[in-house]
Write a protein that binds this ligand. Sequence first.
Ligand code: ATP
Ligand code: MG
Length: 398
Amino acid sequence: MQAIYLIRVGELALKGDNRSFFEKKLKQNIRKNLGVKGCRVLNRQGRFYVEAPEEHAPQVERALAHTFGIVSYSRASRVQKDMQVIRRTAMKLIQELYPQRQEPLSFKIEARRTDKSFPLNSYQIACDLGDLLREEFSFLRVDVHRPELKIFIEIREEAFLYGGLKAGLGGLPVGSAGRGMLMLSGGIDSPVAGYMMAKRGLKLDFIYFHTYPYTSEEALDKVKHLSEILGTYCNGGTLFVVPFTEVQLEINRKVKPEEITLVMRAAMVKIAAMAAESRGAGALITGEALSQVASQTIQSISFTGSATELPIFRPLIGLDKEEIIRLAREIETFETSILPYDDCCTIFSSEHPLLRPDRRYMWKLWEEIGIEELLAEAFHKSQGFYVDPIEGISEHSS
Ligand code: ATP
Ligand code: MG
């Protein structure tokens, strides 16, 4: 037996001439997220469907719940356009949804007829099925204004019936807005920032600065796992792991303790920009939020942001920590993010870092310490890991 899913897309419909581009991306992304054979993703008259063998229904549901660009989806029955068959299917649907129900339940039939040659119009279909269901199931009451249950019927190439909608993630198909390089630290914030930008259609790659042995292998494992979780939402990506120890130690040697964090941040931005260029990414993404820590004041962000000509997206800039944590829980990165492995920022940061650095002074200092070559070398030595949306990260470096 085939399981059929109907998919509703939101903003896609507003994109005018670009519409077919967005639709194609969405179809590709759903296919990639499915990861099983024998499924078909179709697009007819502005409606998307997935057809899959019954045994793959759980994978289909998982894929649809993880694909940006989908507003809602429903498991549907697809039957002949014959009122007798449609009636039987509607009854079966109620039996399946409420096998034991006694207490009253209000409902409404939402009928839509795209095929105008069908003998009954939408209103007549709704009345016919409404009367039938009320007679057959004594617990059902009609309420057209605020029903607890909606039964949908669509008369198209064939008839589709379904009860209720499951919410999708919304947003735009990943890849429809280009590519971005996420600076992924293993903390709570950056995974959320990546999720938010993927939701706006960016295809992500990830970059992590590893200061071994000052930061542990466990810290790296944590970042790998976070990139796997993010990969389930954004069709995978590549994780760059940059050996950052030499850069970090050189910075520590050459600048005052209160300047370390900012210079280190600028170094990270410069290397992230190299990685972005290698992947054709047009933007960097960080988990910075205004005033959360010393390196996130206006002046600090202004300095570190001027280390690249690429735009830096900081989608969390106006959020409180509590709001970010709530999102981290929702997207299921929180539990991994709070595992207790220090990142280099906490190990090397001074107790009194600069809060209001002077940009001109900082770039002069930068010239003096002359670490650009070291940065290029660190990027050159970085290790790439492929993150597959289904299989996870592959241990083989590329
Ligand atoms: P997070 O929770 O994402 O670690 P944070 O609140 O701890 O953020 P910082 O440590 O100041 O803030 O880092 C700010 C941003 O810089 C991070 O959100 C991340 O985008 C980037 N970043 C920091 N450390 C690293 C690292 N080791 N590798 C990659 N990116 C990093
Ligand atoms: Mg951090």
